[in-house]
Design a protein around this ligand. Structure first.
Ligand code: ATR
Length: 289
């Protein structure tokens, strides 16, 4: 990255629309400060009609790379010169960098999801069967991570069932699709249950799931992190299940990008969690850059 390093350090960004609610600037600036690094990480509000121009201008810009967030992740995938394997599977890019004037794209959401569980519920990798609620952009990353970790049966359940089917078909035989109404019944045979819908977010209704059939070893996790403890996680905790919040996914997905742009692999600590939580944001958060 040396060729992109200005005297005042490398410059990275998060590009989204809207972008004011992004917690990524607080997160990356905390790491820059912790490591005493010169450099910057700034929010770039890029409206959809301007995104192609923004990407095309990157090689000649001051930036060495950055994050791409909603609604640009798919278009970014189409525009990069090269995408790594995860980004190709998900047809979405959330982390980009420049190499010899070419834009390279990756997707670190699946990594972030897995790293959060590795930290908080290590035995998740022993699981065989998972239930994924929701079939939006984040759901694909979660399914990828589950199959990569060795899960042999992944159910994708969604309010709009055709969307679940479309997603499941992309991942082959191990992945099945269904409606949200099937969640209670299927929870009885699951090792891991993941909410990737926006239900449970501040201002949104909770997903009312009856967990009475669940195995005692079921791990319940949510990619929503505002509130940190969603209704689903609270209920899981009340019946003695392992419940893992979604903030760690946001923090961990940022690690590979920071390392690439600034040359230091940063750590996810409790102090960082507090900084990012305190950074607030004008909109409720799901795991987004
Ligand atoms: P993301 O990229 O963050 O996953 P998204 O593509 O808008 O965002 O997907 C949001 C997910 O939350 C979808 O699975 C959506 O279900 P639909 O595909 O049926 O729209 C789900 N979702 C949002 N609000 C919901 C609600 N009130 N009840 C059930 N599912 C909901």
């Amino acid at each position: 990255m040396a060729e992109r390093m200005a005297q005042d350090g490398p410059h990275a960004f998060v590009a989204g629309w809207p972008v004011a609610h992004s917690r990524s600037p607080a997160l990356h600036r905390a790491w820059l400060s912790e490591h005493g690094l010169a450099g910057s990480y700034t929010a770039q509000g890029v409206a959809p009609p301007d995104f192609d121009e923004f990407m095309c201008g990157l090689p000649a810009s001051r930036f060495c790379g950055g994050n791409v967030t909603l609604p640009h992740k798919h278009r970014a995938f189409e525009l990069v010169d090269e995408a790594d394997e995860v980004a190709r599977r998900l047809a979405a890019v959330n982390t980009i960098w420049l190499e010899d004037g070419r834009i390279i794209g990756s997707n670190t959401d699946a990594y972030g999801f897995a790293a959060n569980l590795d930290e908080r519920a290590q035995h998740w990798r022993d699981g065989d069967s998972a239930l994924v609620l929701g079939a939006g952009g984040a759901s694909g990353a979660v399914v990828f991570a589950l199959l990569d970790a060795g899960y042999r049966r992944v159910w994708v359940l969604n309010r709009t069932e055709p969307r679940a089917r479309e997603l499941a078909e992309r991942f082959g035989d191990a992945c099945r699709a269904g409606s949200l109404e099937m969640a209670t019944q299927l929870s009885g045979e699951a090792d891991l249950l993941v909410n990737t819908t926006s239900m449970g977010m501040t201002g949104q209704p909770d997903f009312e799931l009856d967990l009475s059939a669940a195995r005692p070893s079921l791990i319940v996790t949510d990619i929503v992190y505002t509130p940190l403890k969603t209704g689903l996680l609270r209920r899981a905790g009340e019946v003695g299940l392992t419940a893992v919040d979604g903030l760690g996914m946001l923090l961990h997905q940022a690690v590979p990008g920071f390392e690439r742009w600034f040359g230091v692999r940063p750590a996810v600590t409790d102090e960082l969690r507090q900084i990012v939580l305190g950074a607030g944001g004008e909109q409720p958060g799901q795991t987004r850059s």
